[in-house]
Write a protein that binds this ligand. Sequence first.
Ligand code: ZN
Length: 186
Amino acid sequence: MASQNFTRQPTSTPARGSMPPPPTTPGMPPRSLSGLRGRSTDAATPQPLPSGVGGQQQRYNYSTDGRVDSTYPQPSEPPPPPPQWLNQAIAILHERYPHDNFEAMMRHSAVDRNTQQPVRMDTLQAGQAPPPHVKWQYLPRIRCNDCPGKLYTAVPSSAVEGFEIHLKNRHHKERVEQRRRAGPSV
Ligand SMILES: [Zn+2]
């Protein structure tokens, strides 16, 4: 009962006369917030990517697993950049596996609306409108350039660990070794 009383009491009531008028300007952007953050001692925010990439990514609406809705046929404009979590995973992996040749990419793909699973293009009728259960998306993938033709699914929760399994694969390692023995590529 004593504590109830205690918490309800305001600790200090500012003297009204000495206070400047409250800064209530509704149209103003919250400039004071960013100003505060800039002044704080910990000004170093982790920024592994050039800011241009981040700005470009904001043009697109990424799903939580990094997909971007698209149309068919594939738009002539370049695909959206990979989501930031994938770029970060690739950066980590390049650091751990400096001799391996792989990259993030966005793959234009047919997707089943119900299962969200990619639909193989060869199951679709060429030249005909895709069936109503098919939609089109760019899907985040990792391409291994040492193992041509292979694309690997990347998910935010385990993008590094998932592709690391491939990088540790014996066949992959052999290909990397072969390429390195063949001499430096251009
Ligand atoms: Zn590989």
